[in-house]
Design a protein around this ligand. Sequence first.
Ligand SMILES: *Cc1c(COP(=O)(O)O)cnc(C)c1O
Length: 424
Amino acid sequence: MQGTFDTTLEFAQRKDREDELEKFRSRFYFPRKPAAPSEDAIYFCGNSLGLQPKDVESAIRQELKDWQDLGVGGYMQAQNPWLTYQEPFRKPLSRLTGALEEELTVMNALTVNLHLLLLSFYHPDTARYKIIMEAGAFPSDQYAVESQVKWHGFSPEDAIIEVSPREGEKLLREEDILSAIDKHRDNLALVLFGGINYYTGQLFDIAAITTAAHKAGAFAGFDLAHVVGNVPLQLHDSDVDFAVWCSYKYLNGGPGAVGGAYVHERYAHNRDHIRLGGWWGNEEATRFKMEKGFIPKPTASGWNLSTNQVFNMTALKASLRLFDEAGMERLRAKSMELTNYLSFLLQQLPNLRFDIITPIDPAKRGAQLSLYFKEQGKAIHQKMIEAGIIVDYREPGVIRVAPAPLYNSFEDVHRFYHILALFQ
Ligand SMILES: *Cc1c(COP(=O)(O)O)cnc(C)c1O
């Protein structure tokens, strides 16, 4: 890789001129540098909260106007009828996730959806009750699994198997994940993995984990918070049973935006598959008869519970249009190049002591690189913030740097490098 990049600003500017996605940058608002309010900050935090597309404001205005003009009539007559507001999300999401449209829905938020789908896919008995997850999974996932295990009367110490990196290593080895699944095959109920680990940035082999889980007689579920909108997925072809994600990271849906969920069609089509019911998951034809008897829709929307939270969904709708225009394959190609370039420039910095713990192989990561500082990580993060670089810090010792290909440029990466090169 090193031969293909150089450290000059001209190189970065040439890459931007050649980039057919460069025009999308101007369709986002950038925060400003605190010390120089006329300058855009360097924003590499799209893995935590994506930036606001400029179209969001008019999309929200439209809903406000329809509410003003139509009141309750907006459920049927709004430009985007609120009754079925979740439906148009399926098509763009199917292109990002490789799922069939009927396997997808939007509702609630990530952790809520994880609990709902655990209730559909984790039915432990004394023979099969174990859950395999990655050690160091996102805390909310750990809390969700721990509390579900207890809910069913099992003990987390016994029921939860964590796969850890080997002594002295930071990443999980694929073969260790697969052998743990095989080892516990007699008692295994579920394999629940993050698609990309939020701390290390490691991308897991979703298809291989799913195949191994199924071979062991267990379900395979994934938390794709760091994957959707970052790395293309083939959820249906990978035969994944269920998945959940949030929409405020790479998807730019705004703080607390509606979450997403995928349920494989063999369950989505099965009205008898067990779940918690609510009227928004019920067939529309009978929903307003107000009668007894829950008849779920024969799609992933059969897991919806409550009236669409329209204002929580609108920004995502506007953002997904940009993903459709840009195309996930082109975004991923740019993302690999951008993060490879970042990795190259970081390795030219003689004065900062850190390890890039994220896999070097771009096929095993998304946009994010995790820089591990044995010491001073927090202080260096503070210096970055003061210099107008927006990245985040995660204990212990990691600064996460994630250029988002929809709005970040090669020049952003160069500016970042240039500022770090001045740090002592
Ligand atoms: C961001 C993130 C979450 C957040 O969950 P919410 O319910 O949206 O607050 C959960 N899991 C992972 C892996 C995440 O990265």
